[in-house]
Design a protein around this ligand. Structure first.
Ligand code: AMP
Ligand code: ZN
Length: 110
């Protein structure tokens, strides 16, 4: 756990979040500022700065996140987004995937 990390505090229960699903290695909760009717975040319980570090160091947690994404999408078509780096909009530096569903999505993304 990183004592200064917002998402580590959510994993630890120190900051409230609307938990939707969990498994051994990952949790899913509602994004506080949703941009789609379904907008959840799936995160590893362990702290990694971004999806690249997570992939290199703990692929089991990555797979656990993807399993939760499919579970919380509940059969809807969904888009999954990993912002990796401040230059593309990453604002919380604990790896997370956005699970978005329930409306139309442009391709290519804006
Ligand atoms: P990113 O910009 O990809 O790093 O995404 C971070 C996401 O975390 C944003 O969509 C925020 O709305 C979301 N977020 C920030 N704080 C919280 C919180 N306390 N609970 C739930 N989601 C949050
Ligand atoms: Zn963290």
């Amino acid at each position: 756990m990183d004592a200064h990390c917002l998402f580590c505090k959510i994993v630890a229960g120190e900051i409230p979040a609307t938990l939707v699903a969990t498994n051994e290695l990952a949790i899913a909760f509602n994004d506080i500022s949703p941009v789609a009717p379904t907008h959840l975040l799936v995160i590893p319980k362990a702290h990694y700065e971004n999806v690249g570090e997570l992939t290199r160091e703990d692929s089991a947690s990555l797979v656990a996140m993807l399993a939760l994404a499919e579970q919380v999408a509940a059969g809807q078509d969904f888009r999954m987004v990993f912002n990796s780096g401040a230059g593309v909009g990453q604002s919380v530096f604990h790896a997370h995937g956005h699970v978005l569903a329930g409306r139309d999505f442009a391709w290519p993304p804006g």
